[in-house]
Design a protein around this ligand. Structure first.
Ligand code: AKG
Ligand code: FE2
Length: 351
């Protein structure tokens, strides 16, 4: 009698990797395309910015959008700021960019950076430029004109407030609609320490040979995470809910309430400083069959490390239109769409 045996499995067993906590800047740089910078601002400025944004956050909103057949709400409050000294085209551009941040909702014109945020932004820009000079640049990164493109600057910022243990943001990579391919995003943390979680999206062709690892990075008050070029293409990030929290104990009194006792806080303020590229200005974004600006996403599962990477324009109308979008889908073509200049065009060391 012959014994029936299962045919040998063609898929190799690939062991799961345990999550790893990255406790310090060298560990972050070793395992991810990000760098971490502690005590990035002078302590008093960091505290003043925390108080300023915490006060402002009282009027920030939870983002709302349609997911399939129901409205979902972001589990944290958010707001969008444009830098008044920067001219990315007209005020209408900023309006559209802000509406995009709120998933296509009608919004008032975006706020401009408060003075204290403007001051902090200069420290952030210095650090980003120092780091960028030490890294290889990727072909589709913005190269600007003259010296402009070789110096990173922020022209918008998105701000988030996470109150208590439950506020969070789920795994995502940031849409590239106005950032273009390979953006550099600088993310400042103020207030209570929260965990920033990163997980690589393993390309399809490697799925049978390796698994993604989850990295947990505790982000203390006054720390900066720079998500360097390729982070959005390769990794997803999140701020998970936590079961416990260490309260933030400010070292300085509130600048407008000097006589008040120092109050511990259970809030984290996050400011992501971003550069909206002139070659991805709102007027240049393709519209889908619904007549709504599309969103730009990288093909994370089939990536080729800066060489032949693909990006898609897809319909985003469903986020607001009761979940009803169209099937619009178009490969982004830098040349045909007249975008650039990019690093591949001007070369890395041109100034
Ligand atoms: O709060 C953070 O550190 C992350 C925020 C974030 O991912 C975003 O605003 O896109
Ligand atoms: Fe994000």
């Amino acid at each position: 009698m012959s014994v029936l045996r299962q045919p040998p499995s063609s898929t190799r067993y690939v062991p799961r990797l345990l999550p790893l906590t990255l406790m310090n800047p060298p560990m972050v740089a070793k395992h991810t395309p990000c760098t971490m910078h502690l005590s990035i601002l002078p302590p008093e400025l960091a505290c003043k910015l925390f108080y300023t944004m915490l006060d402002l956050s009282q009027s920030w909103k939870r983002n709302k959008w349609w997911l399939f057949d129901r409205v979902v709400e972001s589990p944290h409050r958010t707001s969008f700021y444009a830098r008044k000294t920067d001219g990315v085209e007209s005020d209408n551009s900023w309006q559209e960019a802000a509406q995009y941040w709120y998933n296509g909702r009608q919004t008032d014109p975006p706020n401009v950076f408060p003075d204290v945020m403007e001051e902090a932004c200069l420290y952030v820009e210095n650090m980003v430029n120092k780091e960028m000079q030490m890294r290889p640049r990727l072909p589709l990164e913005w190269a600007g004109r003259g010296s402009e493109g070789q110096i990173w600057r922020a022209n918008v910022a998105a701000s988030n407030c996470y109150e208590g243990t439950k506020d969070s943001v789920g795994f995502h990579s940031d849409h590239l609609t106005y950032l273009g391919p390979y953006p550099t995003i600088a993310s400042l943390s103020l207030g209570t320490t929260r965990i920033f979680r990163l997980r690589e999206v393993v390309p399809s062709e490697e799925m049978h040979s390796r698994r993604a690892q989850t990295f947990n990075i505790p982000l203390p008050h006054n720390s900066l995470i720079i998500m360097h070029a390729s982070t959005q293409e390769k990794f997803k990030h999140s701020i998970p809910p936590q079961s416990t929290l260490d309260l933030y104990r400010p070292l300085f009194p509130h600048h407008a309430r000097l006589e008040h006792p120092l109050e511990p806080s259970n809030c984290r303020i996050n400011i992501t400083f971003r550069f909206y590229r002139p070659d991805f200005r709102p007027q240049s974004i393709p519209r889908c069959n619904c007549g709504v600006p599309t969103i730009l996403r990288p093909d994370m599962k089939n990536r080729h490390d800066g060489q032949t990477d693909k990006y898609w324009w897809t319909c985003h109308a469903g986020a607001q239109n009761e979940g009803k979008g169209c099937s619009f889908w178009q490969v982004m073509d830098m040349k045909a769409e007249g975008r650039g200049p990019t690093i591949s065009g001007v070369g890395c060391n041109e100034r």
